[in-house]
Design a binder for this molecule. Structure first.
Ligand SMILES: Cc1cc2nc3c(=O)[nH]c(=O)nc-3n(C[C@H](O)[C@H](O)[C@H](O)COP(=O)(O)OP(=O)(O)OC[C@H]3O[C@@H](n4cnc5c(N)ncnc54)[C@H](O)[C@@H]3O)c2cc1C
Length: 403
């Protein structure tokens, strides 16, 4: 029976696992933390797409068969609700020994073959992948596999704060006053931001969520810094089929128009100092440079993939977005706020020169922010159909302890 190694038990890794098992493959999943660890970290955020779009018919049917009660298709869940009411159940539905939590994949190579060997040749597929894994107790194992689905997302790799995408001078030293992502304003992070002067850096859904959350919490001052020169920071899509996204965009723009949020547009951060507990931030615009004194910074500049994992493989990523190359090239033509307008794609769009190595989910988009779970579900079906049809030699996974 064919076997597939999946890295990452997020929403896409889990859906890939059940689809692969339904397709007759044998599967193992390796998860660095606990199930859907990234979703757990942003669990306080309300999702903008409804449950029906965030789950697959395959997953829902699997759970319903076992008597589970699932959210309604049109329900808008928080990340935590999505995880608790769906993803954890999917994980529990897996047979024993399929899921390895607290097991990070540290590196992937090929047995007996170096990165520079057999350049772009399918003969590389004749040898097995070697994955170095490490569990919570520090035990390291080499796992050999013939097909890898890299579903590791991007959430733990935030983009930098400074001009040009690199860290701003002083960013490292001020790290304890900088929050990367979207804080839990009504929960654990409320005290940190209430009554404070806060600068949010970055547009998009995350920036809009942070800004509206701060105003509702009662920050002393809310500043919003954008690289682009836009009078209204959030793009409002006419007749948006995702009402939650539309509501957030309109609300964040209204806060700017009402003067409750101060906009710094066409701006970049030159440096951050740490002065007696306050953060004087040096801001540059095309015609001006000035200082803004604040207490906290929220960075909502997006995320980037960890390309080190597959460094020893022949992986081709887009030089602009670091997404899987053929897919990324087609997405560049679609750049914009509307993630529903993703072009159709086949398995060839998701292929690297390295045979049988696929990047699925958020990571396949690289730095492009407009990935939707619904797109990831299509990727899974496309790749598994292709693998099923492909004539292949016996695919195996074996492991060997090094301690
Ligand atoms: C705040 C927020 C809200 C979002 N809301 C929506 C929404 O409403 N609708 C929508 O369609 N999309 C939404 N997205 C976008 C996207 O769908 C999510 O980011 C989604 O979690 C991506 O799923 P994934 O499985 O590709 O990656 P992730 O959820 O990031 O999962 C990756 C998994 O891999 C694990 N991992 C990472 N590295 C390793 C390693 N080396 N070894 C082993 N395991 C590893 C991680 O611990 C994690 O569990 C949102 C994103 C964010 C950040």
């Amino acid at each position: 029976m064919k076997r597939i190694a999946i890295i990452g038990a997020g929403p896409i890794g889990l859906e890939a696992a059940i689809a692969a098992m339904d397709g007759g493959f044998e599967v193992e999943i390796f998860e660095r933390g606990k199930v859907a660890d990234a979703v757990r970290q942003w669990g306080h955020v309300k999702m903008f797409s409804p449950f029906g779009m965030n789950s697959t018919a395959r997953g829902r049917e699997r759970l319903e068969r076992s008597g589970a009660s699932l959210p309604e298709s049109n329900e808008l869940l928080t990340g935590a609700e999505f995880r608790e009411r769906y993803l954890l159940s999917l994980a529990r539905s897996l047979p024993p020994d399929v899921l390895h939590e607290d097991t990070a994949v540290l590196a992937i190579g090929r047995s007996g073959v170096l990165k520079g060997d057999h350049i772009g040749e399918s003969v590389r597929g004749n040898t097995r992948f070697r994955m170095l894994t490490r569990n919570a107790t520090g035990d390291e194992r080499v796992v050999n596999a013939d097909v890898i689905l890299d579903c590791t997302g991007t959430y733990t790799q935030p983009n930098g704060l400074g001009d040009g995408g690199i860290p701003a001078p002083g960013e490292g030293a001020a790290r304890d006053r900088i929050f990367y992502g979207i804080p839990d304003f009504i929960g654990r992070d409320g005290k940190r931001f209430a009554g404070r002067r806060v600068l949010v850096v970055g547009a998009g859904h995350s920036g809009a969520t942070a800004v509206t959350g701060l105003v509702e919490l009662g920050s002393a001052e809310t500043h919003w810094l954008l690289r682009r020169d836009r009078a209204l920071p959030s793009e409002e899509i006419p007749d948006d089929p995702l009402p939650e996204r539309s509501r957030l965009a309109a609300k964040s723009n209204r806060l700017v128009q009402e003067g409750r949020v101060t906009l710094h547009r066409a701006a970049s951060i030159e440096s951050i100092a740490n002065l007696n507990g306050a953060l004087p931030v040096r801001i540059a615009t095309p015609n001006d440079e000035y200082s803004l004194v604040i207490d906290e910074i929220i960075v909502a500049t997006g995320f980037r993939p960890d390309l080190m994992l597959a460094r020893e493989l022949q992986v081709q990523t887009c030089w602009a977005t670091e997404g899987t190359y053929p897919l990324a090239a087609s997405l560049l033509g679609e750049a914009g706020a509307d993630c529903l307008k993703t072009p159709a794609f086949g398995a060839e769009m998701l292929m690297h020169p390295e045979p049988n190595y696929f990047t699925l989910g958020m990571k396949s988009y690289g730095r492009a922010p407009n990935f939707l779970l619904r797109t990831g579900h299509e990727q899974i079906e496309t790749v598994l159909d292709w693998l099923s049809e492909k004539e292949s030699s016996t695919i195996t996974i074996t492991s060997r302890s090094t301690r």
